[in-house]
Design a binder for this molecule. Sequence first.
Ligand code: HPA
Ligand code: ZN
Length: 325
Amino acid sequence: MADDFLTRLPKVELHLHIEGTLEPELMFALAERNGVKLPYSDIEAARAAYDFTDLQSFLDLYFQGMSVLLTARDFHDLAIDYFRRAAAEGVVHVEMHIDPQAHLARGVSFATIMEGLLAACREARDELDLSTAMILAFLRDQPAEDALQVLEQAGPWLEHFSAVGLDSAEQGNPPSKFREVFHRAAELGLARVAHAGEEGPPTYIREALDELDVCRIDHGVRAIEDVELLERLADESIVLTVCPLSNVRLKVVEHLEQHSLPRLIDAGLNITLNSDDPAYFGGGMRENFAACQRAFDWSDETLSWLASNAIEAAFMDEQRRDLLR
Ligand code: HPA
Ligand code: ZN
């Protein structure tokens, strides 16, 4: 990895799905180890299949891919493989969404998931000087009652979670559906974040703020369609965790050059750059920064400002934050 400005820039990742870091190489290795059959003839065929038309076409392969994750060792290997790559490109802190429902439905226990991920997080801290936080994500296309049940099941590991989140198929699954479980999460002392305004309308962003009391909006790019909402997001300094390469690969925008990012920044929003599902979208944090630098001709100052927004918005202790500032 080149020792350049973007690599050296301390990057904090606030929007990452740990299951979306599963590179085809590891997917094939785990499939072999666990005797799981994959629908791809080889690694190249898997990469070639990552040609998405929208969020759902990605989600289908994302859930398919994670079928190789069965044991605590698998979850450990998934996460440490990613942490090593991230650290090598200058990422200093990772906040990962985890989709327990996707694993519980396959007969993998909560204990298995957490044993593996927590071991990898300890190694990241001790060996890579990479800090981590966990976000318990609910699958919004599943019933709200299931989300409540997952929150219950998370009980023994609750201290390891900083927040709850909301992901998966957005259209037709408004934030208000999860009012009760987010309220319960707040009572338990967890922060709240939610995907909103990726494919869904700006009203979903309002709902996430008003009904789920979130401190960050994941994606949120469709806020650009609603001037009043933009003003509110700026006034309340709500953080948007924008994922440029994801938005291009899932056809939220056709070309990065057309992305609303520069206009969102001009509107005074608290913007951060993130990688979402780097194994599927063609690049990690460094490449997301680099692609924006190329597309928008951003100065080092703008790129540093984006990185520092994420440091300020992260779920990390103040000692760590001071160290990274
Ligand atoms: N959007 C919604 N759900 C997801 C995503 C995303 O970008 N990645 C993984 N689950
Ligand atoms: Zn996401």
